[in-house]
Design a protein around this ligand. Structure first.
Ligand SMILES: Cc1cc2nc3c(=O)[nH]c(=O)nc-3n(C[C@H](O)[C@H](O)[C@H](O)COP(=O)(O)OP(=O)(O)OC[C@H]3O[C@@H](n4cnc5c(N)ncnc54)[C@H](O)[C@@H]3O)c2cc1C
Ligand code: FES
Length: 278
């Protein structure tokens, strides 16, 4: 069930992840669907009273105690004031909205997660869900690229998962930081280059992609060259949204609406829609 009217939530913690991005922990009513029944890849509408409302992806795991994790990049009139938000501050939440990653269909498969920049937020939610899913026993490969090492989100957590043998991790940055030592094995390479170095079984691997749209065409063509079928390639298309519920048409991609038909689509569903990966 989706909550169409905003439910009140309180900020319980806010901690910086990078120079321009924070992890926000919120609490709302226990058992409320906005916190308890979402799939990774779905989003909620987040409102700051008197300022505005924006779509934000879930970045954590569903919880029955009303707690929600969001990863916020401070860029504009709603997200910048959150940089100085305090525990106890009140916000509004509606959701969950959209269609997430087809988690049940990933059972028994190898999973290749490809994240660019802030795309790590929804893919962290997927990663946590896969690690919890009892019938997920395949390889879990994360390819993650960011501008520089200081912009890599959830780095300590990812390195810990790697150390525990839970994930195979391939990190890349566009350029080195001047003052930060990068994590071990982090390469200076763009996302598509990181893919070229992978060895996967395309017949039993599904890909989940979330990142800057500009790299999607190259990622998809690399995966196809590896032999992966379009139905196995799942992409999150995060278009500008207004209503979030299929009424205004702002998020149209061909005949599809990102807010209700997506934001996650398989590449097979996008066949023939020229602007989908533009
Ligand atoms: C499905 C979906 C999921 C999202 N998930 C997250 C998330 O997990 N974390 C997060 O921080 N942001 C996320 N965003 C983007 C977030 O909604 C925008 O950053 C937000 O709308 C900017 O709001 P603002 O009022 O602070 O900025 P504004 O004052 O509206 O704009 C400031 C700057 O941000 C740019 N901008 C505005 N909206 C977007 C957008 N949708 N995408 C890219 N640039 C934009 C504007 O061009 C401008 O340069 C998501 C967007 C969508 C559609
Ligand atoms: S945001 Fe209004 S139709 Fe999708």
């Amino acid at each position: 069930m989706v909550s169409a009217l905003p439910v009140q939530a309180a900020i319980t913690a806010i901690s910086p992840l990078t120079a321009d991005t924070s992890l926000l922990i919120l609490h709302t009513e226990p058992d409320h669907p906005v916190a308890s029944s979402f799939l990774p890849g779905q989003f909620l509408e987040f409102s700051l009273p008197g300022v505005g409302e924006i779509p934000v992806s879930y970045c954590g795991y569903p919880s029955v105690n009303g707690s929600i994790e969001l990863c916020i990049r401070h860029v504009g009139h709603v997200t910048t004031p959150l940089k100085i938000a305090l525990p106890g501050d009140s916000v509004g939440l509606r959701g969950p909205f959209g269609r997430g990653f087809p988690l049940p269909s990933f059972a028994g498969q190898d999973l290749l997660l490809i994240a660019g920049g802030l795309g790590m937020a929804p893919l962290r939610s997927l990663l946590l869900a896969l690690l919890q899913q009892r019938d997920f026993s395949g390889r879990l490969i994360l390819v993650y690229g960011a501008r520089e090492t200081g912009a890599l989100l959830f780095l300590d957590e990812l390195l810990e998962f790697k150390k525990q043998g839970k994930i195979e991790l391939h990190l890349g940055v566009d350029r080195p930081d001047f003052c930060l030592a990068g994590p071990p094995d982090c390469q200076i390479a763009l996302l598509p280059t990181l893919l070229d170095r992978l060895d996967i079984d395309p017949g039993r691997t599904c890909a989940a992609i979330c990142g800057p749209p500009v790299v999607y065409p190259q990622l998809v063509s690399s995966l196809r060259l590896m032999g992966m079928a379009d139905a196995r390639i799942h992409l999150s298309l995060e278009r500008r949204m207004k209503c979030g519920v299929g009424r205004c048409g702002h998020c149209a991609v061909g005949t599809l609406l990102c807010c209700v038909d997506g934001p996650v689509f398989s590449n097979a569903e996008l066949a023939g829609i020229e602007e989908a990966l533009a």
